[in-house]
Ligand binder design. Sequence first.
Ligand SMILES: *Cc1c(COP(=O)(O)O)cnc(C)c1O
Length: 446
Amino acid sequence: MALTDENPNKMSFPLQDELMRLKPLTWINPSRAGVRELDALPVHFQDIIEASALWERFAPYLALAFPETQKSQGIIESALKAIPKMQADMDERFGFQAGGKLLLKCDHELPVCGSIKARGGMYEVLHYAEQLALQHGLIHQGESYEAFCTERFRRFFSQYSIGVGSTGNLGLSIGIISARLGFQVSVYMSADAREWKKNLLREKGARVLEFSGDFSEAIAEGRKTTRALSNGYFVDDEQSKYLFLGYSVAALRLKSQLEALKIQVDAAHPLFVYSPCGVGGSPGGVAFGLRQVFGDAVHCFFVEPTHSPAVLLGLLTDKMQEVCVQDFGIDNRTEADGLAVGRPSAFATAISKYTISGAYTIGDDELFRLLYELSRSEQIQLEPSATAGLMGPHRIRQMGYARMQGINPDAVTHIAWATGGALVPAEEMNHFLEKGKSLLKAPAVA
Ligand SMILES: *Cc1c(COP(=O)(O)O)cnc(C)c1O
């Protein structure tokens, strides 16, 4: 069955109007396709299996290059854990029960990068490094990838340049892995990137170029400069298939984790997953993987700041990467730096159009409230962007989505994807917590 290009929402100006007025809103995707229709997408289950195999080939290298990954034998993965106290606190604050069970996917603890970018960003650089090494006969099939740690490999990679545009975390992931492999690496940082992220990158051996413009401008500059180099490779967050596939592997790992927790996933016990969304690459890759693994039993929702609803606008208008939030008079100013994105990823959004169940927007103040609330209830600290999914169970319950789908709300397993935070300096985290605490004193609505 072919995917239909009909988007009944093309004319939904009322929602567009609310977005432009920066009102938090919830949107259900009318174009979500059934799992059999997903075969028509440009990526398939087999691509996830191959991406997973690449991670395994590189595991011995990663365990050597980043000793913090030794205890997981070089596999970069995070825990999945229940957060019942947070769930109860939110039930109380919002004045109704979301139902079901809330879990946190702890990507804020991912080794090396402390954010979900350890999946996509590191994957794309490892993929490129492997390609070069195979092409030039440095490594052959079946040999140990520990060799990538040697001076011979580092000298070889130093002839090549990698570039990336970033609001912070993607730059960290690309910068850290590229510099460790021996590449020349330049990170084009948007104006909203945090000072400590730039400093950390310089410490790791990356070149940091600062721009006064936003993310799209930093990407455009990085793309142009890197592609002009004879040995330049640009990691393109607005178009990359490899970032996407790197993220998608999370779905295979999540399946094992749910099994270990004895959590059943089927039509009567579905999974609702809430992912903070910037260009849509990380949530899109994860959603694609989850739909391949769990079929129609998983419902994925994207979350964007009210000031940066890039992917939602792309989907609503069906114009995808052709529109940016500024076209609609929206300023793209948010303290959620990982989500401060005005234009969606072309590659990811064309796929997410068919995989996701919906999206909602959230104000910056609420991100800080959730940040403080999670720290108080569970002693877990996230960066502001990473808290956006925590409100998902209440938002989606409030609009009656489960009932519309014939699902018992109490049978749902909710997963809030915590996308980053481990590397945030203590002083900055304290500032975030203080801000959340004072905002929490004011009344709130889900
Ligand atoms: C990058 C990032 C996201 C969003 O990922 P995209 O691929 O840009 O959609 C969410 N949260 C954090 C902390 C991030 O760094």
